[in-house]
Design a binder for this molecule. Structure first.
Ligand SMILES: [Fe+2]
Length: 256
């Protein structure tokens, strides 16, 4: 997505997620934004002389957490998008799980119709990504990606496979605890939160620098889902509950 499209989208509401946005919108909207935003270099505004770029900007690959648009595009969110075990010809290998929770604002009020996108490693601890060269096997029946919208009460639910731990070479014998990446949009694309959900009782949690970079114990606790027997379905899948708060003092820690 080009920068201009991203800027247009960032000014739109979440309601536009379900709409198909043309590859190149008429320039009238962009022109209007250009007219609103001040230039980087405005000589009369002296500090812009020092901080504005003088050379042509180099395009940088956008990190997922810096995107202001959905990771998986603007197409319709389908029911199978929230069941990562039914996206291929057969079921993936691994321990089936149900993850559910509630998306809330700082006052505990539900956030309805919010887009949640997830990505994770397979049961062996391997992502389908060229940057992942872990020797664990890929699973032809598992992509590790999904998305869903919260309902009127802010609830979400998806089915997946419990991800495996994987090595990441940050330090000697470094292994990431099992986790699922979440990207959430609140009432607009500017209230985006990217975070990771962990599993209770994981012995790697005390050793993980990413998890432990969250300064407060309360914040770290907010990132660990809890096993929920009510969510667990007999003879089918374990259930984990993971509630998320988008803003405020009790906000779920997000990646920066
Ligand atoms: Fe990861």
């Amino acid at each position: 997505m080009c920068t201009m499209q991203a800027r247009i989208i960032s000014r739109n509401s979440i309601g536009h997620v379900m709409q198909s946005i043309p590859k190149r919108s008429p320039l009238t909207t962009a022109d209007a934004i250009e007219a609103i935003d001040p230039p980087y270099h405005a000589p009369a505004y002296k500090s812009t002389v020092l901080r504005s770029p003088r050379e042509t900007l180099l395009p940088m690959p956008a990190a997922l957490k810096s995107l202001q648009a959905p990771v998986y595009g603007f197409g319709e969110v389908r029911p199978q998008d929230a069941d990562l075990t039914r996206q291929h010809k057969a079921e993936p290998l691994g321990e089936r799980i149900i993850v559910a929770g509630r998306l809330m604002d700082e006052d505990g009020q539900p956030i309805p119709n919010a887009l949640i996108e997830i990505w994770q490693a397979n049961a062996a601890g391997r992502y389908i990504h060229k940057g992942d060269q872990h020797s664990a096997p890929l699973d032809p029946n598992f992509s590790g990606t999904g998305r869903m919208l919260t309902d009127a009460e802010g609830n979400y639910r998806f089915v997946s496979i419990k991800p495996g731990a994987y090595p990441w070479r940050n330090h000697a014998n470094a292994w990431r605890p099992a986790h699922i990446h979440f990207s959430l949009f609140g009432l607009g694309y500017l209230s985006r939160l990217v975070t990771q959900m962990y599993f209770p009782g994981d012995p790697l949690l005390p050793l993980d620098p990413i998890f432990n970079s969250v300064p407060s114990e309360e914040g770290r606790r907010a990132l660990v889902s809890r096993f929920d027997l009510d969510l667990t379905e007999p003879e089918w899948a374990l259930g984990y509950r993971f509630d998320i708060v988008l803003r405020g003092a009790g906000a779920t820690p997000m990646e920066k």
